[in-house]
Design a protein around this ligand. Structure first.
Ligand SMILES: *[C@@H]1O[C@H](CO)[C@@H](O)[C@H](O)[C@H]1NC(C)=O
Ligand SMILES: *[C@@H]1O[C@H](CO)[C@@H](O)[C@H](O)[C@H]1NC(C)=O
Ligand SMILES: *[C@@H]1O[C@H](CO)[C@@H](O)[C@H](O)[C@H]1NC(C)=O
Length: 467
């Protein structure tokens, strides 16, 4: 309790600091940021084993709200973070869906067995199709050091009653793909799902793999096992994905952003009749990097650089961008057709042992937070996506995704940073007096909120742990 009290006071202080310029200019009616920490259903891994589970109807904030961030990490039963060299987090994704009221979505259901008439995908705004890359959030090994927060006044609006089909309920699916590489004969090979290490020749559904398929998700599906050094004894252990969601209540001060994801393997090509819209996109998700000594392209510094052009079926203002790459990745960027960089996102590799800094793994991706309004995308504009990997060695099953958040609107002219700066530049005694009054108001409101929260005690309804 003492800890949580301190946490709250700290939060209050931070809110005060963050709110001040806003309060100065607009009277301080900023939304309160809520935080909840949830655990995925548990999964059990022994050396070499793989879990790729689809957990339906997971714990998630409810109500008409705007999401502000989503962070996650793998922990053990004692709540300790587990390093990537023990449990490699291949990926996790969070998908929205709508389910017919009264239909139970088992948390451990096989996603292939869903009855389609009871289930409607609530996928992101684009641009892949055919059920691929429909998530709102999703990262992999880089989760611990990748910023996901969405700056004010923006947020991802969810549970808008107007968007939920009648007779249906909005729920969330969490897919966690984790590989236990303790004692692995070839750690990197296991994380790259190399078929020979998994002794896999048929896919999850028993269909033979193409002979030239050397590695990727088709070889490290749920319950497969990667080769472990002979005689290695390691215990099976229980793990969880712990995820932290922040949000604000939805109201007119929040401007919604849409989630778009581009995939470097998208086979979309402009044709005379193409419109750049969804149905023409086929995202294969994974690709391989051939070693430069075999391709003979050593004079490019052994960088595999892929580029694709995509026509944007939407327009708006870029608010946030981040790429997702696997080990070997050296950076990814989104360009305008004239070569101007819109957003570039590069991996950070760890150089130690501790969680968040594991040597050789991508432990974070840099992100873009352009000034709202500074980068506008026009509907129909052609953008270029680039994904670079080192080709010094062979890689299988790598990825090149690029997430962007796009807003339709900018804050009302009065709300621009420019205006705030002007107000701060010309601080007058009256402005200071106003600020003090506004601050007293904010303190009073927060004091009441804290009092209310402590009075309510544990009625919070969310499974908040570790606070
Ligand atoms: C799917 O649901 C529909 C309507 O609820 C029902 O008629 C049908 O039998 C179900 N199919 C399966 C395979 O369960
Ligand atoms: C690999 O799989 C084959 C057939 O699925 C099996 O006969 C063989 O014993 C396996 N090898 C190892 C090393 O597990
Ligand atoms: C990708 O590689 C190309 C060729 O080496 C280089 O020109 C480009 O700047 C790289 N882009 C990123 C985002 O690292």
């Amino acid at each position: 309790m003492e800890n949580s009290k301190q946490g709250w006071l700290l939060l209050v202080e931070i809110l005060l600091i963050l709110n001040l310029p806003y309060s100065l200019a607009f009277g301080g009616n900023e939304n309160k940021i809520n935080t909840a920490v949830f655990l995925s259903p548990k999964f059990v891994l022994g050396p070499g084993s793989v879990e790729n589970r689809f957990y339906y109807n997971v714990d998630f904030p409810r109500g008409h709200i705007a999401l502000k961030s989503f962070n996650a990490e793998v922990i053990d039963e004692a709540g300790n973070p587990v390093p990537l060299h023990e449990t490699y987090l291949h990926h996790w994704v969070v998908d929205r869906y709508f389910v017919r009221e009264g239909v139970e979505m088992s948390e451990f259901d096989d996603h292939a067995r869903l009855n389609r008439s009871d289930y409607i995908s609530g996928r992101n705004s684009g641009i892949c199709q055919d059920g691929s890359i429909g998530q709102f959030f999703g990262l992999g090994s880089e989760t611990r050091k990748t910023a996901t927060h969405i700056p004010d006044p923006y947020g991802i609006e969810i549970s808008n009653p107007a968007e939920i089909p009648s007779g249906f309920e909005e729920q969330w699916m969490l897919n966690v793909h984790a590989i236990d590489t303790r004692g692995a004969e070839d750690r990197l090979g296991c994380t790259e799902c190399r078929c020979d290490l998994y002794n896999v020749t048929v896919d999850e559904y028993g269909r033979p793999l193409r002979p030239d398929y050397k590695g990727g998700l088709l070889c490290c599906y749920d319950r497969t096992r990667c080769k472990v050094k002979q005689g290695f004894g390691g215990v099976r252990r229980t793990l969880y994905l712990r995820y932290t969601v922040k949000w604000v209540d939805m109201d007119s001060s929040v401007l919604p952003v849409k989630v778009y994801i581009f995939d470097i393997t998208d086979t979309w090509k402009r044709t005379r009749t193409s419109t750049g819209i969804n149905a023409e996109h086929h995202c294969k998700v994974e690709y391989d990097i051939e070693p430069c000594r075999e391709t003979g392209l050593t004079d490019d510094g052994c960088i595999d650089s892929r580029r694709i052009s995509l026509d944007m079926p939407f327009g708006g203002y870029l608010i946030y961008g981040v790429a997702h790459q696997h080990s070997g990745g050296t950076g990814s960027a989104l360009y305008r057709e004239d070569g101007q960089v819109m957003c570039s996102s590069s991996p950070t590799y760890g150089d130690g042992e501790e969680p968040g800094n594991e040597a050789g793994y991508i432990v974070g991706m840099t992100t873009c937070y352009p000034q709202p309004g500074a980068i506008e995308i026009s509907k129909g504009e052609t953008l270029i996506l680039e994904s670079n990997y080192s080709s010094i060695r062979h890689h299988t099953g790598v990825m090149g995704l690029f997430y962007i958040l796009v807003a339709d609107q900018l804050p009302k002219p009065m709300h621009t940073l420019h205006t705030v700066n002007q107000i701060q530049d010309s601080i007058t005694p009256v402005a200071i007096l106003e600020a003090v009054v506004a601050m007293i108001g904010v303190v009073a409101v927060i004091a009441v909120a804290i009092h209310y929260r402590f009075k309510r005690g544990g009625e919070d309804g969310y499974e908040a742990i570790g606070m």
